[in-house]
Design a protein around this ligand. Structure first.
Ligand code: FEO
Length: 169
């Protein structure tokens, strides 16, 4: 495997674990506000991010490439509103999309078709992640300022259940 592609794939393990950590913090934020539905939604998001990290880990191992695990940064802690959390989530997903695109571009450059195929799932996944984050912001804009509607939205988000990723390596 090309050295740059290898390094970027290895780095992405850390980025995905950071994402899990960030969403765990979001879950923690909402739990402290007794918005358990939101807390549930972000807890599942955190689980998905852990899965993403493990997919990169597994992909490198399956290709006999070394894995180096680095320190995970502390997540952003301070938010002055519920909406600020949701917006930080969207901004983070846009950033992750750019990282996936960078790895894809590096793989494309050296004709690493196997890595491009592997990353194809993540390209699609990032589209969905951004859509979900945007939808949540739209709902919050519509319902977030009225306590009754916020309660209903919280109930709705509480119904989200974890499903394992559709990509199996
Ligand atoms: Fe693993 Fe939310 O991207």
């Amino acid at each position: 495997m090309n050295e740059k592609v290898h390094a970027l794939l290895n780095q992405q393990i850390n980025k995905e674990f950071y994402s899990a950590y960030l969403y765990l913090q979001f879950s923690n934020y909402f739990k402290a506000k007794s918005l358990d539905g939101f807390a549930n939604w972000y807890m599942i998001q955190a689980q998905e991010e852990r899965d993403h990290a493990l997919l990169f880990y597994q992909y490198l191992q399956n290709n006999n490439m070394s894995v180096t695990l680095g320190a995970i940064d502390g997540p952003t802690q301070n938010f002055d509103s519920n909406m600020a959390v949701l917006e930080a989530g969207l901004a983070h997903e846009i950033y992750v999309t750019s990282l996936i695109n960078d790895i894809y571009a590096a793989a494309y450059e050296v004709k690493d078709f196997r890595t491009m195929q592997f990353l194809g799932w993540f390209v699609k996944e990032q589209g969905e992640e951004e859509t979900n984050a945007n939808d949540l912001i739209s709902k919050m804009e519509l319902f977030g300022s009225d306590p009754k509607s916020l309660y209903m939205l919280n109930q709705e988000l509480g119904t989200r259940v974890y499903t394992a990723p559709s990509l199996v390596l």
